[in-house]
Write a protein that binds this ligand. Structure first.
Ligand SMILES: *[C@@H]1O[C@H](CO)[C@@H](O)[C@H](O)[C@H]1NC(C)=O
Ligand SMILES: *[C@@H]1O[C@H](CO)[C@@H](O)[C@H](O)[C@H]1NC(C)=O
Ligand SMILES: *[C@@H]1O[C@H](CO)[C@@H](O)[C@H](O)[C@H]1NC(C)=O
Ligand SMILES: *[C@@H]1O[C@H](CO)[C@@H](O)[C@H](O)[C@H]1NC(C)=O
Ligand SMILES: *[C@@H]1O[C@H](CO)[C@@H](O)[C@H](O)[C@H]1NC(C)=O
Length: 530
């Protein structure tokens, strides 16, 4: 009897711990590259030569000790590198050889559970990267010792070897092998029901044993589509897939198989427009491909993972150090549809090139919380988090961590609309938030932009929450905004800011009034991070 009750309670806990898509929609994710975030000893002068492709010493314990660095930037979830045991030197975690063991370089099972508990106590979610496509063996495909691949320890668990030669051939992508003669990557036969069953058992165990709230799934386009719905059901938590492909129809089709995919089509448009200053219409077309086109469309734009840096691609600042351009790109990502993802080091304006150069040790920044993009990221998260809670204040409830969530909040449900655009500017609306973006850069002179289609309430006061400049709404519901140093501008009606610490008066002992219509310059209306 006692055993029965315990089992019942355990299964109940299991059920209500599982975070689903609605729980994740309101989140923002900070991507941690575990080996390069923080060390257990807290050493910030330990060397890390990215060119060596070797472990640099980051751990789950090190991360746990530095969670406030992430939380104080306003993030509500952390994505970490794959946790499974690896072949030698696989510091990134994508070369696993044992599904049921953890990577001892990152710590123990106890350390990982402790990290999950620490995140949950701060109201944050844990997202773990997983690799259902392949195992790894350091050698040629014909030399594999299958006994080394613990759970799947026989060649019949894998497709017979063929290299992927034509990446445009879907059969080849799914059935042939990634890797080469330095690193063979035996391709798991995920379409075999028995093997799929083993994978489902594994993921169910992985999620519950480590209190995981969501999964980032690697190499999705190399796995048969039908594998995913039962796999994600077995996981019982939010699934976001990596389909590293810019074609909207191809990538978004995978959202039929799982809750979310990383928005690679939008990633390419963001970098073309803000990094390379291509025509803003490029971004307009990319947005429409997801939300307005039947052929290429996505199932739910508000669940896509939006980003413009990660551990596989050159960083924004490798192309341009213009602070206005990166701020515009970040405002677009953080205040648009989708679940925003920021990759560690973005907030420190790291400038590494393609893999492995974009995998710098974050500790080299001394975890600087006063650097401009750290403060700016905190401000954007503050805006997003505040508007979500403001927008849902009538329908608010609390989840199992006591954290306010809002599955059906108007702001989150509001699909971003393009109000107007030119080759260099774009005006957007998502619910209470209107954004003006520009690609003119930080050197551009100040000018006045007349908004179009904002539909503010006449007679209201609107604030640019980035500069805390106040504007009176015209008779036609528009404002004339001051574009300084290339923007961006983020406009909300004054009422929306009630209850936040955004644009509160820093002088005058906590008084929160605003006096007159004035422009910044005196430093009186300083933006507050969280
Ligand atoms: C940090 O690591 C560096 C290089 O390995 C070493 O010289 C230094 O003594 C370490 N600092 C501490 C406080 O352990
Ligand atoms: C795709 O690859 C498979 C397996 O290599 C091959 O049998 C098939 O002919 C290829 N299809 C096309 C259209 O090239
Ligand atoms: C871009 O990345 C490459 C490779 O890491 C590096 O050599 C170059 O210095 C980087 N550019 C900038 C501006 O940092
Ligand atoms: C942190 O960043 C600020 C602003 O860029 C800089 O002035 C300061 O020296 C940095 N602090 C450390 C410890 O690097
Ligand atoms: C930008 O794109 C729009 C729409 O395609 C086009 O009409 C315009 O001429 C382009 N402007 C420039 C400067 O390329």
């Amino acid at each position: 009897m006692r055993i029965l009750i315990t089992a019942a309670v355990a299964s109940l806990l299991q059920t209500c711990l599982a975070a689903n898509a609605a729980d994740w929609r309101s989140r923002t994710i900070y991507q941690v590259f575990t080996d390069r975030f923080a060390r257990t000893d807290g050493n910030t002068t330990a060397p890390c030569n990215v060119a060596n492709n070797l472990y640099c010493g980051g751990t789950w314990k090190g991360l746990e000790k530095k969670l406030d660095y992430i939380k104080n930037m306003g993030f509500t979830a952390v994505w970490i590198s794959p946790i499974t045991a690896q072949v030698a030197n696989a510091y990134h975690g994508y070369y696993q050889n044992d599904l049921y063991s953890l990577n001892p370089n990152f710590g123990t099972a106890h350390d990982l559970r402790s990290l999950a508990a620490a995140l949950h106590s701060k109201g944050m979610y844990l997202m773990v990267d997983i690799v259902p496509n392949h195992m790894a063996f350091a050698g040629c495909p014909d030399k594999i010792d299958y006994r080394r691949l613990k759970t799947l320890n026989h060649p019949d668990k894998f497709h017979s070897y063929c290299p992927i030669k034509d990446t445009g051939n879907q059969t080849e992508l799914e059935d042939c092998w990634l890797g080469d003669c330095n690193m063979a990557m035996p391709d798991i036969k995920t379409e075999d029901p028995q093997i799929a069953g083993k994978m489902n058992t594994w993921i169910k165990w992985l999620v519950s044993a480590h209190n995981i709230d969501g999964l980032r799934i690697d190499s999705v386009k190399n796995v048969n589509k039908a594998f995913f719905p039962p796999f994600c059901r077995a996981a019982g938590v939010f699934c976001m897939g990596e389909v590293s492909e810019g074609r909207a129809d191809y990538t978004y089709s995978y959202q039929e198989q799982m809750d979310s995919v990383l928005d690679y089509p939008l990633y390419y448009a963001i970098t073309r427009v803000f990094q390379q200053k291509s025509n803003m219409s490029d971004l307009v077309v990319a947005l429409a491909a997801c939300t307005e086109n039947q052929e290429t469309g996505c199932k739910d734009s508000t669940l896509l993972g939006t980003f413009f840096e990660n551990h596989d691609n050159l960083r924004f600042a490798n192309v341009t150090q213009d602070l206005s351009l990166v701020k515009n790109a970040l405002a677009f990502t953080m205040l648009g549809d989708g679940i925003p993802i920021v990759y560690q080091g973005q907030e420190q304006h790291f400038a590494g090139g393609d893999d492995p150069w974009c995998r710098e040790a974050l500790w080299s920044s001394q975890f600087n919380t006063t650097s401009p993009l750290y403060k700016y990221t905190a401000l954007l998260n503050n805006i997003r988090n505040h508007v979500i809670s403001h927008s849902s204040s009538s329908s608010r409830h609390r989840n199992h961590h006591g954290y306010a969530v809002s599955g059906s909040a108007p702001y989150l449900a509001y699909q971003t609309r393009v109000l107007a655009y030119t080759a260099t500017e774009m005006q957007l609306r998502k619910g209470e938030v209107r954004t003006v973006l520009s690609t003119q850069g930080e050197q551009s002179p100040s000018w006045t932009l007349k908004t179009q289609g904002m539909e503010f309430d006449t007679g209201k006061t609107v604030l640019d929450v980035l500069s805390c400049t106040r504007y009176a709404v015209n008779w036609n519901g528009e404002v004339d905004v001051n574009m300084r140093a290339g923007g961006p501008v983020v406009l909300v009606e004054e009422d929306v800011l009630r209850g936040s610490d955004l644009c509160t008066c820093e002088r005058g002992g906590g008084s929160r009034g605003y006096v007159g219509i004035e422009t910044v310059g005196g430093g009186e209306w300083g933006p507050h991070g969280s």
